[in-house]
Design a protein around this ligand. Structure first.
Ligand code: BES
Ligand code: MN
Ligand code: ZN
Length: 500
């Protein structure tokens, strides 16, 4: 779907979307159209339950003689709480409403919204952004879908008075959408297509945007002593990889140390010898979701030329059972020198991240490290599919992430850390074991990661197991891979790390 901006124009072909405030106050363009149709819009409102509540819609077929196909009233809700997320949701609603209509072109008219603090051009940009985010589809493997079952919309024009300003405000948002789409693609691809080597290749493609990409192969990781990651990888015919992506967008920064993002990239998680049940195992193709977010985020930062020095590290492995797979009870030595008793080979993400986190800190000396992982089923029990679990060793970082999540609609909820939880992963024969029992399962996983964080480094861990994949459509996130984390971390960078 293409998106354009222009000044409001009438008459026009295709669908016309216009706003109505909660309570039924028509936007200026809606008012004009109501007059032009002898009051058809007000009559339609009068004989329906549509009253302008946010994201309600009411479709009125355009009268005979009109070039347009239909006029769609879109509820804006109340003006005083109309913010960026509300504008994005309206954009999403527009795309979802038009999907089954057959219209190839549509215009959404964005007028000033009574009571809203957003400028009209920023509102227009966010409507466009929301529409774009909702238009995502992963349909490359569907060869038999009938044309009438596919969304028909080819061009959406956002009509607003200052189209040039709206277009300018949209430019960085479209770069965020590029990264979100990249992540959604990576997460949606099956594990016979995306495995460590091919996922590393995808990361390498960011070179063309100015990202410095370095790929470590198995031999290099052996030399570095990454026994925890390699222990997970050893059951698979697919060789592991570790990828480091650097975006140096602030060469003049006072603090040369970067902010680092680290992602779990288990391209398929069978559980290994501690094998998972068959039901739902196909979901484990998206067990590389954390790494998908890190790669997509690096694409955003480079795409919008963020003034930040950022590093993205992803540990890529496939967790398989085989005669070469690691066994429950095996002891591995991680790059940090710490030994781990592998009680359960299905608790593999923390083994991969332990080495990735250590490598990241040794090599890049980041001031802040944020890792993302589809780490535990336990976080889904705790928080469902709404919030990601947040763990942090620093209250400011926790607050910053919480605020960024709220601002972009990717909410996080802080979970506790503590010595009493940490004790649960003490081992009788090694420095630690990789599971701490069922109780507090997401917390003990975070405690495991914390043992790989060096003194003085600000650290946060996002357990995104519940939010990486969605089974139902939401305003700006169609069902499937969500890319949860890309918008959040881009916002964190923009608000807290750029230009410092
Ligand atoms: N990748 C899974 C966690 C997961 C579960 C992600 C469901 C998304 C949806 C992880 O590697 C795992 O298997 N965790 C185990 C840990 C347990 C063995 C301690 C879990 O959560 O059951
Ligand atoms: Mn697992
Ligand atoms: Zn896993």
């Amino acid at each position: 779907m293409k998106i354009g901006f222009s000044a409001p124009a009438m008459p026009r072909a295709g669908a016309i979307m216009v706003g109505v405030l909660d309570g039924g106050e028509l936007s200026p363009m809606a008012e004009r159209l109501d007059k032009a149709t002898d009051g058809a819009l007000r009559r339609a409102m009068g004989s329906s339950r549509f009253n302008g509540k946010r994201n309600q819609t009411l479709t009125v077929i355009a009268p005979a003689g009109s070039k347009a196909s239909r006029i769609v009233l879109v509820g804006l809700g109340k003006g005083d709480d109309f913010d960026e997320l509300a504008a994005q949701a309206i954009g999403g609603t527009v795309v979802a409403t038009l999907a089954p209509t057959g219209d190839k072109t549509a215009a959404v008219v964005v007028d000033a919204i009574t009571g809203s603090k957003l400028s009209t051009s920023v509102t227009a940009a966010h409507v466009a952004y929301g529409a774009l985010l909702r238009s995502y589809r992963f349909d490359k493997y569907r060869t038999k879908e009938k044309p009438e079952d596919k969304p028909s919309l080819e061009t959406l024009t956002v009509e607003t008075r200052d189209a040039a300003a709206a277009k300018k405000a949209f430019a960085p948002l479209s770069k965020i959408a590029d990264g979100v789409f990249f992540t959604r693609d990576l997460v949606s691809e099956p594990a016979n297509v995306i495995y460590p080597v091919t996922l590393a290749d995808q990361a390498r493609s960011l070179t063309k945007l100015g990202v410095t990409v370095q790929v470590l192969d198995k031999r290099q990781m052996e030399k570095l002593g990454m026994g925890a990651l390699l222990g997970v990888a050893q059951g698979s015919a697919q060789e592991p990889r570790m990828v480091a992506m650097r975006w140096d967008g602030a060469p003049q920064a006072r603090n040369k140390r970067p902010v680092a993002f680290v992602g779990k990239g288990v391209t398929f998680d069978t559980g290994g010898i501690s094998i998972k049940p068959a039901g739902g195992m196909e979901d484990m193709k998206w067990d590389m979701g954390g790494s998908g977010v890190v790669i997509g985020l690096m694409k955003v930062l480079a795409g919008r030329k963020a003034k930040v020095n950022a590093v993205g590290i992803v540990g890529l492995v496939e967790n398989m059972p085989s005669s070469t797979a690691q066994r429950p009870g095996d002891v591995v030595t991680s790059m940090s020198g710490q030994t781990v008793e592998v009680i359960n080979t299905d608790a593999e993400g923390r083994l991969v991240l332990g080495d990735a986190l250590w490598y990241c800190q040794q090599k890049y000396k980041p001031h802040t490290v944020i890792d993302l992982a589809t780490l535990t089923g336990a976080i889904i029990i705790a928080l469902g599919h709404v919030h990601a679990g947040l763990y942090a060793n620093d209250d400011d970082l926790s607050d910053e992430l919480t605020a960024a999540g709220k601002a972009v609609g990717e909410p996080v909820w802080r979970m506790p850390l503590g010595d009493d939880y940490d004790r649960q992963i003490n081992s009788d024969i090694a420095d630690m074991k990789n599971v701490g029992g069922r109780d507090g399962g997401s917390i003990t996983a975070a405690q495991f990661l914390k043992r790989y964080i060096q003194d003085g480094v600000r650290w946060a861990h996002l357990d995104i197991a519940g939010v990486t994949w969605s089974k139902k459509n939401a305003a700006t996130v169609p069902k499937g891979g969500t890319a949860f984390g890309v918008r959040l971390l881009d916002r964190l960078v923009a608000d807290c790390y750029e230009g410092k």
